[in-house]
Write a protein of this length. Structure first.
Length: 206
């Protein structure tokens, strides 16, 4: 058994039950989101609620606060998707104008620069600017999922690729491996949502 495998197994054995449950529900969230199943938001709510506790117990207060936001977005996503139901028709997938995404990216960049500067100046945070960018980007991408905006998958692909680098660099190989799974699943979600978007946008045959 090589050193990397042994290290991954050691991290897995050290994971608390609560954290393992949170990870399982996080994966279920993504799998159900790919299928546009509204129960993805229930899984997201369970996962983020547990992560609030896990991170708070580990004195990772900002991560805990971020998961409070994710929990609120799980409720918002459920409401949005539920409100979009009419019989068997769910909330339609939409594509937002490029200008909206440009403005959002500028806002994310501005907040990341400010947050990164504060973290670099007043804390010992690792990768303060990159970490800030992935955090604010993830908040925006989560909102896009709640609104069923197709482009959310492109945001998540970039965010999760960067997250793999961050966690691996910090020696969190198991967490990095989880994000590798996310990266593998994201193209599937993008393809499925793109196919459904084209089908719903196609003119009905007369």
């Amino acid at each position: 058994m090589d050193g990397l495998t042994a290290q991954l197994l050691e991290q897995l054995a050290a994971m608390a039950t609560a954290e393992m449950v949170a990870v399982v529900f996080a994966v279920l969230y993504l799998l159900l989101a790919i299928r546009q199943n509204i129960w993805c938001w229930f899984c997201a709510g369970v996962s983020t609620a547990i992560f609030v506790y896990v991170y708070f117990a580990a004195n990772l207060y900002m991560e805990s606060v971020l998961n409070v936001f994710y929990f609120a977005m799980a409720i918002y996503g459920w409401v949005c998707w539920r409100a979009g139901h009419s019989g068997d028709v769910s909330l339609a997938i939409s594509v937002w104008p490029r200008r909206t995404h440009y403005l959002a990216l500028v806002a994310v960049l501005a907040m990341s620069l400010l947050s990164g500067f504060l973290l670099q100046t007043y804390t010992n945070a690792a990768f303060p600017y990159i970490d800030s960018a992935t955090t604010f980007g993830a908040m925006w991408a989560t909102f896009l999922v709640a609104r069923k905006v197709l482009e959310n998958w492109w945001y998540w692909l970039f965010i999760d690729l960067v997250s793999v680098f961050i966690y691996w660099s910090r020696g969190l190989e198991l967490t990095a491996l989880l994000f590798v799974v996310y990266v593998v699943l994201i193209p599937i979600g993008l393809l499925n949502w793109t196919r459904d978007y084209r089908q719903q946008s196609a003119p009905l045959a007369v």
